[in-house]
Design a protein around this ligand. Structure first.
Ligand code: DHE
Length: 552
């Protein structure tokens, strides 16, 4: 390949990635003369191992372990070698408008690491190993067996008002007393815990690390600590528990379920001990064009309150699996075709309908968990990211559920009441402007007059740390917005048990002071600012009472 060819190739590839020229035009230009790709640059075995780790930490979540692309584009050698080292380094340093973080400018990756990653991405992606049950069992540690655990709480705190706060880069969660605002315990967990979910009784917190390690914490211990742990994946984001108790059986605190990114499967575990018992692979065919996908990752998993059922969202195939856990040996799965790139979602206020973002399709899929079918796909804004969303009563449209977006600054409200407001049901009925895109989470509470939204991934530092609230009574009024801190990103909102306080993380770099700010939900005034050297990179926080009951 001549230098001229190489430059032409890199410019075309970069222009496509940045969306400057349409893919078709670019392909035609590139195909007019298709030069052979250059060989990959040199990467030593030690460098390869290091780069593999960085890829896992920073890149795999969006580009996929096999680099076939998902939220982010594919990074296979045919593309990356055409870009070449210089162009790749520019992307990694500066990010892209499509949502790729500016790892270099943020100081997360050093120039040497960026150079290494640019060279690594031009190599064939390594295929990570599968994980059989035997290997999961070998990692399983039952630290305190059920019969050695306390029969009643060993403290007089209101443990239902505890928060489990992710300390992302510390590989820990902080258990914080929501009433006194004290850190009750810091628990070592998997790496970069993604979420915490609670057992149906609320007594146990289950966390899932990005490294696939699950940790079970007993809140009744004098100092809450882990009672079991296990690793069921090499990469994971979701965990939930069995919440059904009724005519079909009592499954309170009976099972846990973990959704993996790699290997692409979900795993059912004993809810009292975390002993893994069953693996179900998600490899199958896409909902739209029925193409085989080797890495369909498990995104959100949500437990039904009305059936012994988990809603398992399979990202790359766009299939929603309703998993009936009443008979694990003879497992029944109802497969619903939704749309590709399923990510996060939550229940409507009746808890019959589950709404999940098909994020790269700019849609919300509505699943009727009672009838076990897709209701519809609702067009919303660019890259919806609801977290679990928020439910309230709009003065004009009745009950609504809402999402924020990564790709544009607005809240979209969807009508959720087909009985009394059929004309508005499952339609995007209203949108409310925010400060800009990059929103990750929205939250409210039945007792609140407000809807809260963050902008944590906006590229403007002042907006990253800004929150907005919208009045439920007067949604057309301009939202009230303010900067929640002088540095860092304001991310993820959660109410206390009483529903009169909102907790927000100020997520700063590992070497800088982070905080959690507590607001009075009625007056919007700051009530407390939790600052402690142990609060390293706080992100998600989960109130026991609200998480058990899916209050949002
Ligand atoms: Fe998340 C939820 C995946 C980046 C904080 N995140 C989820 C869920 C999925 C997911 C599938 C739904 C879980 C469920 O409900 O069962 N997140 C991913 C990614 O793949 C992605 C884009 C990239 C990655 O490499 O992980 C990603 N997420 C992030 C972050 O960078 C955040 C802001 C900080 C962090 O801790 O990593 C982050 N994600 C969260 C939080 C939730 C979440 C706090 C739960 C929200 C809730 O209220 O339930």
């Amino acid at each position: 390949m001549t230098t001229k060819d190489r430059i032409r190739h890199a410019v075309v590839a970069a222009a496509v990635a940045l969306g400057l020229i349409a893919g078709g035009v670019a392909t035609a230009v590139a195909q007019a003369k298709k030069p052979a790709l250059p060989p990959p640059p040199k990467v030593s075995p030690e460098e390869f191992e290091k780069a593999k780790g960085i890829f896992f930490d920073r890149c795999a979540g969006c580009h996929g372990v096999l680099r076939k692309g998902a939220t982010g584009p594919n990074l296979l050698p045919a593309k990356t070698r055409a870009y070449g080292t210089v162009v790749l380094k520019t992307f990694i340093t500066n990010g892209t408008q499509g949502g790729m973080p500016d790892w270099g400018r943020q100081g997360v990756l050093s120039p040497a690491e960026i150079d290494l990653m640019a060279r690594y991405l031009q190599q064939e992606p390594p295929v990570p190993p599968e994980m059989p049950l035997k290997q999961m069992r070998a990692s399983w540690k039952l630290l305190v067996p059920p019969d050695k655990r306390p029969a009643k709480p060993q403290h007089d705190r209101d443990w239902q008002n505890f928060f489990s706060l992710t300390l992302r880069d510390a590989g820990q969660v902080a258990i914080i007393d929501g009433t006194t605002k004290e850190i009750v315990s810091i628990v070592q967990t998997g790496y970069a815990v993604h979420i915490s979910r609670m057992s149906a009784s609320g007594r146990y917190v289950y966390t899932i690390g990005r490294d696939g390690k699950a940790t079970m914490i007993d809140l009744w211990m004098a100092k809450p600590d882990k009672v079991a742990e296990v690793k069921t994946c090499s990469e994971a984001r979701s965990i939930d528990t069995s919440k059904y108790r009724g005519p079909l059986g009592d499954f309170y605190d009976r099972y846990a379920v973990i959704g993996c990114y790699w290997p692409p499967h979900f795993v059912i575990l004993d809810g009292q001990t975390l002993e893994p018992t069953k693996i179900v692979s998600t490899r199958s065919y896409t909902a739209d064009t029925a193409e085989y996908h080797p890495e369909p990752r498990v995104a959100a998993i949500v437990a039904s309150h009305f059936k012994p059922q988990w809603i398992v969202n399979v990202k790359e195939t766009g299939l929603v699996w309703l998993v009936d856990y009443s008979d694990i040996k003879n497992l029944k799965i109802t497969e619903i075709e939704a749309d590709l790139f399923l990510h996060d979602g939550g229940w409507d206020s009746s808890k019959r309908y589950f709404l999940v973002a098909a994020n790269q399709r700019n849609k919300i899929a509505v699943i009727d968990a009672k009838e076990e079918k897709l209701v519809t796909l609702v067009d919303v804004g660019k890259i919806p990211h609801p977290g679990r969303g928020a439910n309230w009563e709009d003065p004009k449209y009745g009950p609504v559920w809402a999402t924020v977006h990564l790709g544009e600054g607005k809240i979209t409200l969807i009508g959720t009441d087909p009985e009394k407001h059929p004309e508005h049901a499952w339609k995007a009925v209203r949108s409310v402007a925010l400060l800009g895109g990059g929103s990750l989470f929205i939250k409210t509470h039945p007792r609140s007059a407000w809807i809260w939204a963050d902008h944590a991934l906006n590229s403007d530092p002042a907006i990253q740390r800004s929150l907005c609230v919208v009045s439920k009574k007067d949604p057309e009024a301009k939202p009230k917005c303010w900067e929640a801190a002088t540095d860092g990103r304001a991310v993820h909102l959660e109410y206390n048990k009483a529903g009169d306080e909102v907790w927000v993380s100020i997520w700063n770099r590992k070497d800088k002071q982070s905080e959690v700010v507590v607001y009075d939900d009625r007056t919007l005034k700051e009530k407390a600012r939790l600052r402690d050297p142990r609060l390293v990179t706080p992100t998600g926080k989960f109130n026991v009472y609200n998480t058990v009951r899916d209050i949002y």
